[in-house]
Design a protein around this ligand. Structure first.
Ligand SMILES: [Zn+2]
Length: 313
């Protein structure tokens, strides 16, 4: 692919620029939003997202991939509004975010039904808009590849074959689920250099991460600022070791930041546990530290600009 669909239409891949590959303008559970709307403040959510995205833009970021899909209350109109208010390129996804079960509509239909919906999002538009999805997303957490999760992974693979758009996953390295995802993609005949195994940076187990890399897939060192699994220092050490081994051309750096999220609302105590977590931590603190430890500008450019083009094209 020479171009990608953003929420504001087609963009040539040469125009992507510095890219944050995994950030969320907002994540919520759509069931709670629908049934208890009083818990949410739309304008506050827009303001929080605009503030973070503007700050990222001031630091040179030009494009953000937002892998919110079904299960995280994807809302492409919300994304488009933030894109318009900030001038950021924002790329939406299609897929399903579930760790175990599917909604009834998908549970009682076959894989082809799911594939049809994903392809529609990519080729026609999401949520009855002309805004098209630019990549595919699936998730496998510590529960492993449950039957419903497997159905999503295979549907994502088949939608990739029909459309050519790349695949991003949520994985749980402590359970080795990235390798399980790759095994299914391989079975489905997906070229593994079109796959980005997300959240590999939640582990400093180089042996595991290198197994993922040996498949030909990209990896996401994409949760900078979150310290519930490993510290920022451990994340840096892992990236430094991998860059030293020559893997800069397979690594994405991002923060998995959620401008608002059900998991930790701005006022909730849990968020205070991650004082560094933001959409700018990477640019402000992480990249300078990596450079101090010998990562070159060229390698940073590879991870922040070039790899996204390789994953897409
Ligand atoms: Zn995420």
């Amino acid at each position: 692919m020479k171009s990608i669909q953003t929420v504001n239409g087609e963009l040539h891949i040469e125009e992507l620029g510095v890219t944050l590959i995994h950030e969320h303008l907002r994540t919520r559970d759509e069931r709670v939003v629908k049934q208890f709307p009083h818990l949410y403040d739309h304008e506050e959510e827009v303001a929080l997202a605009v503030a973070q995205v503007k700050a990222a833009k001031e630091r040179g970021v030009r494009t953000i991939f937002d892998p919110s899909v079904l299960g995280l209350d994807r809302d492409v109109r919300f994304m488009q509004r933030v894109a318009n208010d900030t001038g950021m390129n924002i790329v939406a996804a299609t897929g399903i975010f579930t760790f175990h079960y599917l909604p009834t509509r998908f549970a009682f239909n076959d894989i082809d039904f799911m594939v049809t919906q994903f392809v529609r999002d990519i080729e026609i538009g999401v949520q009855n808009t002309p805004i098209r999805a630019g990549f595919l997303k699936c998730a496998t957490d510590y529960q492993g590849v449950t039957p419903d999760v497997e159905k999503v992974i295979r549907a994502v693979a088949r939608a990739h074959h029909k459309t050519g758009v790349p695949i991003m996953t949520h994985s749980h390295p402590a359970s080795g689920t990235g390798l399980q995802q790759l095994a299914i993609f391989k079975e489905e005949g997906v070229p593994l250099n079109k796959v980005l195994i997300g959240h590999c940076g939640d582990s400093d187990n180089l042996e595991y991460i290198e197994k993922v890399l040996e498949s030909g897939a990209f990896i996401g060192m994409d949760r900078y600022g979150l310290t519930h699994t490993i510290s920022t220092e451990q994340r840096n050490d892992t990236v430094l070791a991998l860059v030293k081994k020559g893997y800069a051309n397979r690594i994405f750096l991002s923060q998995d930041y959620c401008c608002t999220t059900d998991a930790h609302k701005p006022e909730a105590s849990k968020r205070a546990a991650y004082p560094d977590w933001s959409m700018t931590f990477l640019m402000d603190k992480v990249l300078p530290t990596l450079k101090e430890h010998g990562v070159t500008d060229e390698q940073i450019n590879m991870m922040m600009v070039e790899n996204v083009k390789a994953w897409l094209s």
